[in-house]
Design a protein around this ligand. Structure first.
Ligand code: AR6
Length: 179
């Protein structure tokens, strides 16, 4: 059984086994939560990302996939890096990319479980720089976590603002999810 929690806060301060990074395909850092994780976790995380690029991921991490590194100086033992899709605007392409956002959550949760994490904390992937509308990003996140076949026992969404927290709570209520 997986328990899902919604909290407002800073993901980098989470005392969980693994945190999920909303990265980009390069895995070499960026702004938003990605920048915050590298700043807080220190250079060991980037060094491991560079090793991954030099070995198994020469073309980078495809959208929707997940890969793990050390948590460096973070309380979390692992960072699970995933890449959400960029919002393309309303239309058929949004439907296709929505499936990639589901993949990002599903693959991140499965990888955290495979590593042996009992708890994992996640941000609202794609809902910042990548522009995904918050209400839909929240719905994908909660629906995918609720339905995940493989996930740690505790899945905690750490939302950066009260507004995003309320948006996730509304999505959970719409879905009838137990959070
Ligand atoms: N803790 C929790 N949530 C945070 C934090 C934090 N410390 N900082 C930001 N957020 P974003 P994306 C929220 O832009 O949309 C990067 O440059 C933020 O308010 O971090 O997937 C990457 O390198 C928003 O709700 O990720 C990529 O290039 C959510 O985290 C690109 O941004 C996600 O926003 C990825 O864009």
């Amino acid at each position: 059984m997986t328990r899902i929690e919604l909290v407002t806060g800073d993901l980098t301060l989470e005392r969980v086994d693994a945190i999920v990074n909303a990265a980009n395909s390069s895995l070499l850092g960026g702004g938003g939560v990605d920048g915050a994780i590298h700043r807080a976790g220190g250079p060991e995380i980037l060094a491991e990302c560079r090793r991954l690029r030099a070995t198994t991921l020469p073309d980078g991490l495809p959208t929707g996939r997940a890969v793990a590194t050390t948590g460096g100086r973070l309380a979390a033992r692992w960072v699970v890096h995933t890449v959400g899709p960029v919002w393309p605007g309303e239309g058929p392409e949004a439907v296709r990319r929505r499936a990639l956002l589901e993949d990002a959550y599903r693959n991140s949760l499965a990888l955290a479980a495979e590593l042996g994490a009992a708890s994992v904390a996640l941000p609202a992937v794609s809902a910042g720089v990548y522009g995904w509308p918050a209400h839909d990003a929240a719905e994908v996140a909660v629906a995918t976590a609720t339905a995940a076949a493989a996930a740690p026992g505790l899945v905690r969404f750490v939302l950066f603002s009260e507004r995003m927290h309320a948006t996730f709570a509304e999505a959970a209520a719409r879905l009838g999810a137990d959070v």
